[in-house]
Ligand binder design. Structure first.
Ligand code: NCD
Length: 337
């Protein structure tokens, strides 16, 4: 079983099924705190260094919120220009310095492998918040947590599920990490839908095949595909060599209620790591899906806080102390309704 306390979280490859179950059970136990039914001060005095060298809204804020909900404090750096990396400082030196100011660090950076490089210089645990097109382990965990909850509602489990992944599978790190996590499960069916140029990288296709899963690769949505999960993605324009190239693919995989009805079952769960590109020319997930009960995107973002709280508690070794430091919530709150 994976040892969490004091260790970095850099890649989904470090987890086995037992570790994932542990994370999910701790995440579940965080619900009363996230809903403000109770609060806890278990991490009172602890400091999170939240270092985001690439744009982020929900990942950055949910890391910070998760830490605050456990009673800890957050110090944040955003953007390369505002940090000493812009003066030529190495990731190792930055890590050495900032780990002296924090108990744990969450970090996002545009270069693949950078968060691991940073972790080598860090004296405290580092959590990967996304390293270029490589990995996004905490997103994959929250996606899998969401899949588990949504399918449970439909009386199914993760083993045997059919997932359709759509769009930019080449540069989208969330689908890379999620596919690798799903390799720990049994008899999963993958339908990968993307233009050839944006296909899933070969090492991940190999991992899916090695796990004995069924795999269909196609360039378009065809027929009714009997999928349990439709996982839509954004064209990762910031990772393309040029804007014109990114524009070529924008809008190729629009999803609205009519397209959904044509290609999916009425209970297919719709997921997206967000942000969804809502500009007219992209329209990845049309607003007309907002009233579709299977649209799970905002349940995903809420689950992200639970999963990140669980990862902080486990990494800092306080998962069994959270309720011991419990307090009442005294302010008005309607989060549990
Ligand atoms: C994703 C990311 O940054 O990889 N978003 C996220 O973390 N929720 C996906 C994206 O930006 O399209």
């Amino acid at each position: 079983m994976t040892e969490f306390t004091g260790n970095h979280i850099l890649s989904v490859n470090q987890f086995d099924r037992d570790a994932i179950e542990k994370i999910f059970s701790v995440a579940h136990s965080m619900e009363p705190y996230a809903r403000r039914e109770k609060r806890t001060t278990v991490l009172s005095g602890a400091i999170l260094g939240n270092l985001f060298f690439e744009p982020s809204t929900r990942t950055r804020v949910s890391f910070g919120t998760a830490f605050n909900l456990l009673g800890g404090e957050v110090r944040e750096t955003t953007g390369m220009d505002n940090s000493a990396l812009a003066k030529g400082e190495s990731l190792f030196d930055t890590a050495r310095v900032l780990s002296g100011y924090s108990d744990i660090i969450a970090m996002r950076h545009p270069a693949a492998g950078s968060v691991s490089e940073f972790a080598e210089g860090s004296r405290v645990p580092v959590i990967n918040g996304g390293d270029g097109a490589n990995e996004h382990p905490t997103q994959a965990l929250l996606d899998l947590f969401t899949i588990k909850r949504e399918l449970n509602y439909h009386g199914k489990g993760i083993d045997g599920l059919h997932i359709a992944m759509i769009g930019d599978l080449r540069y989208g790190r969330t689908v890379h990490s999620l596919s690798r996590l799903l390799c720990l499960y049994k008899d999963v069916r993958f339908t990968l839908i993307s233009p050839k140029e944006l296909a899933m990288p070969q090492p991940i296709v190999d991992a899916i095949n090695d796990a004995g899963h069924r795999l269909t690769i196609t360039e378009q949505l065809e027929g009714n595909m009997d999928a349990d999960i439709c996982y839509q993605t954004r064209i990762q324009e910031e990772r393309f060599p040029s804007q014109e190239e990114a524009n070529r693919y924008r809008g190729k995989f629009r999803l609205n209620q009519a397209i959904y009805t044509r290609h999916f079952q009425s209970k297919t769960v719709i997921m997206h790591p967000l942000p969804r590109d809502s500009r007219m020319e992209a329209n990845e997930l049309d607003n007309d899906l907002n009233i579709n009960p299977n649209l799970a995107i905002f349940r995903q973002t809420d689950n992200g806080v639970l999963v990140r709280m669980a990862l902080f508690a486990l990494t800092l070794g306080v998962e069994d102390l959270v309720s011991k430091y419990e307090r009442d919530v005294v302010w008005y709150s309607n989060k549990s309704s």
